[in-house]
Design a protein around this ligand. Sequence first.
Ligand SMILES: [Zn+2]
Length: 241
Amino acid sequence: MSLATIPDPDGRQTADDRTQAIRDHLRDAIVDRRLAPGTKLTETEVGALFNVSRTMARSALQMLSFEGLVRIERNRGAFVANPDPGEARQVFAARRLVEPGIAAAACAQATPRDLARLRAHLADERRHMDLRGPSARRAEIKASGEFHLLLAEASGNQILHRFMEELIARSSLVIALYGRSGASSCGHDEHGGIVDALERRDAAAAQALVVRHIDHIEADLDLDQGRTTSLKAALSSLRPT
Ligand SMILES: [Zn+2]
């Protein structure tokens, strides 16, 4: 594992802050696939890596298991989650229920500052999409997810924002596992359309666009054929050209 230690220059972090920081680092590593699905995460190793107690490491792993990114097995320990296609579909079914509500609330609540942040984010996403390669793809998946979190922030509902943090973490893992490489994880034009609808305060349009967008993200995944195609893709990419 190559994970950074947690900076604490003035030594003022509480145990909760540190647990949260470990969880954030591990979550990024899982979603970025620096930690492969199925990898065992021992409390001792996580503790040593971040220079914290096993208790704190355990708390961070438990937080990740609540979010569905880590699977804790009795007597066996914690493992990076490996969502199957059925679970992947459930993530998108949940998003189809939650996100239209967020879009409607954001239409009513978004401040000029929220709208400016969303516009600035669209410009960032466009920059990521122009780049190529695995690290660019990881950055693009992350930026795409952040758009949906900004939308949740604009709704002004912190509980919905918390739900979305979990759903986006799970979605990002699913997209990293099942996304067809080359396809965008989130159509940039669709994000732009959603922001346009927010600016017009057109809740019906924003809701419809969000649902269509989630349908498109799910349709771009390779959930029907499972992972055998990944093997095929892996082998064909090794073929000399
Ligand atoms: Zn999106």
